[in-house]
Design a protein. Sequence first.
Length: 253
Amino acid sequence: MVRSRLGGLPGPRHRIYNPSVGRASALYRLQQIDLTIDHASARMAGVEAELAEHADLERAQQAESQAEAARKLASTAALSAEDAVGDQRRKIEETEKKLYGGAVHNPKELQELQAESEALRRHLSTLEDRQLDEMVRLEQAEQMVADARIRLELAEANAAGRDQNLGKERDELASRLGQRSEEREAAAAGITKDDMLLYQNLRKNGGGLAVAEMLDGTCGACGLTLAASARQEVGTGPGLIRCRQCGRILYAG
């Protein structure tokens, strides 16, 4: 024990710096920041993908467009049926004018006009039934358009709300990434070039995990139980100690 010259009391203890613990600790701290950046970057990519994806809205727009196209066809068919009924009625009117107008006196001609009038009226009944069917189809098509527009409005509202929330999350993620980038720059400043190269290679080949915390004498990454000598080296050894199974740098915590 070192004693001071005054009063025989122990002198101040000097903190012993363990370079291996410092190096592993620095790399572990860098890894924690990098993992946070990885997570935020992955979520940012997800947010951007969600913002670009409008499948529900596009389906609602397509459904509304298809319903409107069907309504137009139904409207055209209904107008055509209406015109056909109008034309048929005019033909009947003209035929009956000849039949009852007194201009035709020949019995045979009158008989032919009578038969023609009856035939025209029978066909008119068919045309009127067709017109009724087309009117029903038009009403159904118009209802489909109304329903499709309601669904489209809901989809637009949902998309707007979703995009607003995603936009806020994107801004928060961008801010967080900016902060973490600054933290990373500061954390990396004290790491040697060789240690950084090792760390980057291990991160690349180890699923983003280069440094594993030693937990109860085991590697926190692969679960290998470390020998007593290895456990001691992790805490006190002069260099970076790596797991003999997964190769990651071990950190005593």
